[in-house]
Design a protein around this ligand. Structure first.
Ligand code: AVI
Length: 323
């Protein structure tokens, strides 16, 4: 019953060009997607276990306490499209309540999905499953194997926070378009958002005592060494992770501990002591600001579930045909 489709492959030349443009900019930066090589993905799993990193367990509590209400609002029997599915565990925890007719996990590489989907398929033989390998952050044109009607897009983990608010709006608008077929809209989105809270809680979540987030961030340099054949010395950099209240975002940077020159075939970049590479933003929203974003993207009837401390929220919103 399960099938796999690899839609896009990373072009190494484009990856190189994108990375070098970021590293050679006056304020050096890299896209957060480069944090996730094989080791980076394992380190992120470890982050999710940390006492300071509340999003994962708070979201799991919200799903566990409100699964039936979520199903009552989102409906059962949908095509559940899981954006950034990874090991598919979050969606699977909602299968008994949501009872999807078709499950479509999407991740950058279909290889990541194979084992998880095979396991799930034997547990839930009546759900059709189509694993798709694509970078859904810039496009969302799904293959015809994915039914057009009654689509429920699932975007957990507060991953939308790693987009800027403008990118998040464009992304939500693409999801909205993907819910419309033959002029009708009968789909929706189930999405998690991390909420603005006390800066000390946010700072600790992104700069934990064990140093796992620091390792996750520093591992980016190891990944760059591999992708660019560069010679970053990991011991010459430190992790910085802090809440920027003005921009309502966590910023992660790597900061040079000493003046240094980094080389790769055909290029160099000099970094002064204290100079930074900006590696990730993680935007935190108020409930109302995110509801406004969903509304601007064309969604209506927003339902919110949160935890008692109101640190995190899960939203369902319905897509409607624009006038
Ligand atoms: C994947 N994403 C939602 C995480 C976040 O909280 O922004 C990535 C992360 N970066 C550091 N810790 C976790």
């Amino acid at each position: 019953m399960s099938q796999f489709i690899q839609l896009t492959q990373q072009d190494p030349q484009l990856v190189r060009e994108e990375l070098l443009a970021g590293l050679l900019a006056a304020s050096a930066q890299t896209s957060p997607k480069y944090l996730y090589d094989a080791l980076g993905s394992k380190l992120f799993e470890a982050i999710c276990e940390l006492p300071e990193y509340y999003p994962t367990r708070t979201e799991a509590q919200i799903f566990a306490s409100h699964a039936d209400e979520i199903a009552a609002v989102a409906g059962t029997g949908a095509t559940l499209i899981d954006l950034g599915a990874g090991n598919c565990a979050k969606a699977a925890s909602l299968f008994p309540a949501l009872q999807p007719s078709h499950y479509v996990p999407i991740d950058i590489s279909v290889q990541f999905l194979r084992d998880a989907v095979s396991r799930l398929q034997s547990q839930f033989p009546r759900i059709a499953m189509t694993g798709i390998g694509m970078d859904f952050s810039s496009r969302l044109d799904l293959p015809t194997a994915v039914p057009r009607h009654n689509r429920l897009f699932f975007y957990p983990g507060s991953s939308i926070g790693n987009f800027t608010p403008q990118e998040a709006l464009a992304f939500l608008a693409r999801v909205h378009t993907a819910c419309i077929h033959e002029g009708n809209a009968d789909g929706g989105i189930l999405i998690s958002i991390d909420l603005v809270k006390d800066a000390a809680i946010l700072d600790a979540a992104y700069d934990d005592a064990l140093g796992v987030t620091a390792s996750f961030n520093l591992n980016l340099l190891q990944h760059l060494n591999h992708l660019l054949q560069a010679d970053f010395d990991l011991r010459a950099w430190r992790h910085r992770g802090f809440f920027n209240a003005r921009q309502s975002r966590i910023e992660m940077h790597l900061e040079a501990l000493s003046p240094q020159t980094v080389r790769w075939p055909g290029g160099v970049r000099r970094f002064e002591e204290g100079e930074r590479i900006h590696t990730e933003n993680s935007y935190k929203y108020t409930q109302q600001d995110f509801i406004d974003l969903l509304t601007q993207a064309g969604f209506v009837d927003v339902t919110v579930w949160s935890d008692p401390q109101q640190w995190f929220m899960v939203c369902h919103a319905r897509a409607v045909q624009p006038n």
